[in-house]
Design a protein around this ligand. Structure first.
Ligand SMILES: Cc1ncc(COP(=O)(O)O)c(C=O)c1O
Length: 398
């Protein structure tokens, strides 16, 4: 487990530096894109390796006898972490599969509407556009304007686009291009008052912001655990509230119910063909790692780093951030406006000339840089990004 003294101050780079040794990035690479692709630390990789060894030592024993109880134990662990009943959770490969399972099951009639925001992940908008097109329904994308000053502004802007035909609200918990924490509790409360189910897309929220699924009371919540929860690639979950479980349809049809081990909505997810389940089984190792560091310490440290990025890049560009300087609005990741221009050439140049991995987005006519801060990130990484941006954009670093 990680060797870090209990609760170092968030700005104590030197002490936190010790944790970097738990990761094995290629030499010279500054990795600031944990939000897209999170790398697991060594103890998680080791846990996964042991699981793979066990699988390969006797695949029949592993898949027939060991896998189901191990999956149940892993579900119980993540359920405890998110304050959800393990019976309301299934493992999926990633959030994309979870979202597709919701989209497959939701019954839409011609003229019905699905309501989302213009901060959603592109693939999620595609899933819902296709689902709506097939049903003759309409995907309504509510604009949530930036900069924003208070949560009520955005809740009102979202529900201004709702109608009596709205059958589902789909929102991120933490958005992808803009890295903003959406006011999901207020959105769920408002949707409940209107009798509209809510599906939350949560990959960036796990760990980085508090999440209590029982209290949130949404209908669906899906996330990938291979980002902030530090699991190996290929681990995600779908939570479905009891009131919505009858609507779920897995995107992959396999043996499912005919295995007949536990007759429930989860059966169809138990076996979606022979696949590598070790990433999902490694989720408890990711939680163990983070809990050994301390979830609150993680949040304080990574938010402090994100705030450093905010201060440095704002000072460089002179452009106002998208949201107020408050952990209620951003956690371990922050998106900041850059001078207008194309995104892809800048992202490529950051990599080719400076070996910095960071995504540059074009969003609503703006060019944004999104900085992800993990336990391996240090102030020097952010300074390197600031200096590289200054050089590429011909701005003077202040
Ligand atoms: C907000 C959001 N939703 C969904 C996804 C999809 O995650 P995955 O590719 O792990 O399915 C991403 C990926 O970055 C994301 O940022």
């Amino acid at each position: 487990m990680p060797n870090v003294q209990s609760s170092p101050a968030a700005d104590d780079d030197q002490t936190w530096e010790a944790l970097r040794r738990e990761w094995s990035f290629a030499a010279g690479v500054t990795f600031l894109n944990h939000g897209s692709f999170g790398a697991p630390p060594r103890p998680v990789l080791e846990a996964r390796r042991q699981l793979l060894d066990r699988l390969n030592a006797d695949p029949m024993h592993f898949f027939f006898r060991e896998m189901q109880p191990m999956m149940a134990a892993a579900r119980a662990r993540i359920g405890q972490f998110l304050n959800a009943n393990a019976d309301d959770l299934v493992f999926v490969e990633n959030a994309t599969v979870g979202m597709n399972a919701v989209a497959r099951g939701v019954r839409l009639a011609p003229g019905d509407e699905v309501l989302a925001t213009d901060h959603e992940y592109g693939a999620v908008l595609r899933i819902w556009q296709r689902t709506c097109d097939r049903a003759g329904a309409r995907l309504v994308v509510a604009p949530l304007a930036c900069p924003v000053q208070n949560a009520a502004e955005w809740v009102d802007a979202l529900f201004a686009e709702a109608s009596p035909r709205t059958r589902l609200v789909v929102v991120s918990h933490v958005t992808s291009p803009t890295a903003v924490v959406l006011p999901v509790a207020a959105i769920c409360a408002q949707a409940r008052a209107r009798g509209i189910p809510v599906c939350i897309d949560g990959p960036h929220a796990l760990v980085t912001v508090p999440l209590d699924l029982a209290a949130l009371d949404c209908d669906y919540y899906t996330a990938s655990c291979h980002k902030w929860l530090l699991a190996p690639v290929g681990a995600g979950f779908l939570y479905v509230h009891r009131r919505a479980q009858a609507t779920i349809e897995p995107p992959i049809v396999s043996w499912g119910r005919t295995i007949g081990q536990e007759p429930s909505w989860r059966d169809e997810f138990n076996w979606s063909g022979t696949r590598d389940v070790t990433p999902c089984l490694s989720v408890p190792a990711g939680i163990d790692f983070l809990e050994a560091v301390g979830i609150e310490s993680f949040r304080r440290r990574t938010h402090w780093l994100a705030r450093q990025a905010r201060d440095m890049i704002t000072a460089l560009t002179g452009r106002a951030p998208l949201v107020p300087d408050d952990p209620a609005w951003y956690g371990s990741m922050i998106s900041l406006p850059l001078p207008p221009g194309e995104a892809a050439p800048l992202q490529d140049a950051l990599w080719e000339r400076f070996k910095i991995e960071v995504p540059i987005f074009e969003w609503q006519g703006r060019r944004l840089v999104r900085v992800s801060c993990q336990l391996y990130t240090g102030t020097a990484d952010i300074e390197r990004l600031r200096d590289a941006l200054a050089s590429l954009l011909d701005l003077a670093a202040k």
